[in-house]
Design a protein around this ligand. Structure first.
Ligand code: SIN
Length: 561
């Protein structure tokens, strides 16, 4: 059989699976080297900074790095650059209304994080909010947030915030921000954005070095192998620094508010390269995703409940009062579990969100939600919305410091793929956009500050991609079936309510599937769907294994046992 890849992650993963999660992969030996004698490719792309992912973190990083003089390449595996979780964010972004303080915000973030937040990360974000919202988004990018009658920002309410402090652009805040970010990126001549480019693996030394003595060197990242979906070619993108900004893991679950690109690519790539991953058991479930047989789950923003909407079961009972004094606006994990409980108790597929108490016209205040529900025959101005909980946000990720540096040299991570420590065991609503922007900017600034061009011959010392002779095309049914298995395993056994039995089953079933997927990957011509599946099964194992190891309920990791 022709060998296919420049790396052999199979062995790497097998070793890593047996070691504690907190250092997963980082001490694992590199896979056997499969380098080609010829080590330079005409199609190589060289840049000062490679950014994988084009949401709020990737775009903010690119802007700051380019403004500091670096040449930047930004990759997206989607055809449409607006396919990012940032773009899908509805409710808003924490801002600083008159009378609010950094201390108050820090207190709310810390309370939501349930004792696991990193104090320095919380302080950094809380102090930076005016800089991010007022200076960067409003003044520099001119994002059009809703305004109050006096012309100030309009603030809405979300669960677990001690006051109204969420700036918003109707119910499509992420989109309003991303549109302006991408417009700014497009006018910056030093940034090249490339769509339909799927990163396959990070290029790391020693794993991809052609020099046997490289095994004595500290792991460092020099770019990525990237599949061009249009030509089918896999090229080397080489850079002295690389940033992962690939978003979260929502697609590992049967129900998610995340777009299709949130399939954990960055997490799996970082894991294979040996980066530290932390807090992977903390997956936040949003209580209210639109439920309809024919529709992808679609977020029904928490700000809808912030403006007065209440949850009812199918019998019309306002059940949240029995679960928490804050009723429908209780912390997100409590509401999500209460809905789960209510559905199980009555054998229902969904509960209902009743907007009749909302004082504003829902069509005006929530135009996107109104239009989307209407497409599926639900008029939110006249009837309740069927909702279910759905995987929403990954609080764990690739461990980074205040400058977005991972545990590997020359590798940064920002946005949902990373774990800054800000969210601890559970995230406070509307803190992920400012986190993505802040840590994205800091990655760009740090990469510019530390930039040193690589010497001219470094490309000769890195293995080229080899997959000649592989002709077997992908059978799409295999991909669909394997994803169904991942999603249902994660939803049922590593979802909202976890216990030892379920998690053991999850780990065992996923491990069995992982071997099959790896075989599939090695024998089949590369395609974006295969890259996604391979990353999905690895990320699912990371999350399930972390959940299995942690027997303590905390934040959004809820152990029934
Ligand atoms: C929402 O609009 O409910 C989502 C806000 C968030 O998750 O930050």
């Amino acid at each position: 059989m022709p060998w296919k890849r420049a790396t052999d992650p199979g062995r790497h993963l097998a070793v890593a699976a047996a070691i504690p999660r907190s250092c997963a992969g980082s001490k694992a030996p590199p896979g056997p080297l499969r380098a080609s004698a010829m080590s330079r490719q005409d199609e190589d792309i060289l840049t000062d900074l490679l950014i994988i992912g084009c949401g709020a973190a990737g775009a903010s990083c690119a802007l700051r790095a380019a403004q500091a003089g670096l040449s930047v390449v930004v990759l997206s595996n989607a055809a449409d650059l607006s396919e990012s979780s940032s773009d899908h964010a509805q409710g808003g972004i924490v801002a600083r209304p008159p009378g609010d303080t950094a201390d108050d915000l820090a207190r709310d973030i810390t309370a939501a994080g349930d004792g696991l937040c990193d104090e320095a990360a919380v302080r950094l974000l809380a102090d930076s909010v005016p800089e991010i919202v007022d200076r960067f988004l409003v003044e520099e990018l001119q994002v059009r947030f809703n305004r109050d009658p006096e012309g100030g920002l309009d603030f809405t309410q979300e669960a677990a915030h001690s006051r109204r402090r969420i700036a918003h652009a109707d119910d499509a805040t992420g989109h309003a921000i991303c549109v302006r970010l991408l417009a700014a990126v497009a006018t910056e001549p030093r940034i090249q954005v490339m769509a339909r480019q799927s990163a396959v693996d990070l290029i790391t030394i020693p794993h991809h070095s052609v020099e046997p003595s490289a095994i004595y060197r500290e792991i460092e990242c020099l770019g990525a192998y990237v599949l061009d979906q249009q030509t089918g070619e896999t090229r080397r993108f080489l850079a002295p620094n690389t940033v992962l900004a690939t978003g979260g893991v929502g697609q590992l679950y049967l129900h998610t508010t995340n777009p299709r690109v949130a399939r954990a690519d960055g997490l799996a790539m970082a894991y294979r390269a040996g980066a530290d991953i932390v807090n992977a058991e903390y997956v936040q479930f949003h209580p209210t995703a639109f439920y309809h047989r024919d529709a992808d789950r679609f977020l029904i923003s928490e700000s809808v409940r912030g403006e007065g909407a209440v949850l009812r079961n199918k019998r019309g009972e306002e059940f949240m009062a029995a679960y928490h004094p804050m009723g429908s606006l209780a912390p997100r994990d409590i509401v999500a579990r209460a809905i789960h409980d209510e559905m199980l108790r009555h054998g229902d597929d969904y509960v209902l969100l009743d907007l009749s108490p909302v004082s504003m016209d829902p069509k005006v205040r929530f135009p996107t939600i109104h239009a989307t529900c209407l497409q599926y025959g639900v008029d939110i101005t006249r009837e309740p919305v069927p909702v279910v909980p759905a995987a929403h946000y990954f609080c764990g990720g690739v461990r980074v410091d205040a400058w977005s540096r991972t545990s590997l040299r020359r590798l940064y991570a920002a946005g949902e793929v990373s774990c800054t420590g800000l969210h601890g065991a559970n995230r406070l609503a509307s803190t992920s956009l400012p986190e993505a922007i802040l840590w994205g900017q800091r990655a760009g600034e740090d990469a510019a500050r530390r930039h040193e061009p690589l010497d001219a011959s470094f490309a000769d010392r890195i293995a080229v991609w080899q997959d000649e002779g592989l002709t077997e095309e992908i059978d799409p049914l295999l991909i669909i079936q394997d994803w169904m298995m991942i999603k249902s395993t994660m939803w049922n056994y590593a979802g909202l309510v976890r216990n030892a039995k379920r998690l053991h089953r999850a780990v065992a079933d996923l491990s069995y599937l992982a071997h099959r997927v790896e075989q599939f990957y090695r024998e089949t011509k590369l395609a974006d769907s295969l890259i996604g599946l391979r990353n999905g099964i690895i990320a699912a194992q990371i999350v399930a294994d972390a959940a299995r190891r942690n027997g303590t309920s905390r934040g959004c990791h809820y152990r029934q046992d």
